[in-house]
Design a protein around this ligand. Structure first.
Ligand code: AMP
Length: 178
C-alpha cells in the first residue's frame, strides 16, 4: 500500500509552538521537527517551490539563517543557483546593504554586489513572514542588482502581523498560514 505524500496540514502539525521565546509574548514557530523528518523536509521544499519546474528559476535567494536551509534545498531541486543574504558584516566581498526597522531598533542586510546578474529570474525563500521588514529589505537588495523577482515563498506566515502590506507590489506565497 502506498502512502500519500505529506502536505501543508502535516507540515503545520509538525511545527512546534514555543511560548515566550526568545522573549516574553513571542510565540516562536520551531521548524526543527520538520527538518528532522526526511519526508516532511522533502514535503516542505515541494510545497514551497513545487509549482516551479526546473529551468524556470535562475537563482534562489535565502535569508540568514533559517532561510538558508530551505532556499539551499530548493535551489538544488530547481537546478538553480543559491545566493545568500546575510546580516551586515558577515559577507566577505563587496556588498550592497539595506537597513530596515525592527519592533525595537533596526537591522541591516547585505548581498554581494556580483551575486545576481541583471534580468535573471529570482525567487526569495524564507522560513517565516512576520512583520515583513526582513523580506522587504531582501527584495530591495535583489531589485538593486537588477534581479527579476518572480515570487517570495514562505513556509510560515503570521498573517495577523500583516507582513504582506510591506510586500504589497510583490507576489507572495505561503505554505502554512496562521
Ligand atoms: P519579519 O521581518 O518581522 O517578517 O521577521 C521575519 C524573520 O524573523 C524570519 O526570518 C524569522 O526567522 C524570524 N521570526 C519572526 N517571528 C518569528 C516567530 N514567531 N517564530 C520564528 N521565527 C520568527
Amino acid at each position: 500500500m502506498s502512502q500519500a505524500k505529506p502536505g501543508a496540514a502535516e507540515l503545520e502539525a509538525a511545527i512546534r509552538n514555543v511560548p515566550d521565546f526568545p522573549k516574553p509574548g513571542i510565540q516562536f514557530k520551531d521548524i526543527t521537527p520538520i527538518l528532522s523528518s526526511p519526508q516532511l523536509f522533502a514535503a516542505s521544499i515541494e510545497q514551497l517551490t513545487g509549482h516551479f519546474k526546473p529551468g524556470e528559476v535562475d537563482v534562489v535567494v535565502g535569508i540568514d539563517a533559517r532561510g538558508f536551509i530551505f532556499a539551499g534545498a530548493a535551489a538544488l531541486k530547481l537546478g538553480a543557483a543559491f545566493v545568500p543574504i546575510r546580516k551586515k558584516g558577515k559577507l566577505p566581498w563587496f556588498v550592497h546593504e539595506q537597513g530596515y526597522d525592527l519592533e525595537y531598533g533596526s537591522n541591516t542586510l547585505a548581498i554581494h554586489i556580483d551575486a545576481i546578474q541583471p534580468g535573471t529570474r529570482v525567487i526569495l525563500v524564507d522560513d517565516l513572514l512576520a512583520t515583513g521588514g526582513t523580506a522587504a529589505a531582501a527584495a530591495a537588495l535583489i531589485h538593486k542588482l537588477g534581479g527579476h523577482l518572480l515570487e517570495i515563498n514562505f513556509l510560515i506566515e503570521l498573517s495577523f502581523l500583516k507582513g504582506r502590506e510591506k510586500l504589497k507590489d510583490l507576489p507572495v506565497r505561503s505554505v502554512v498560514i496562521y
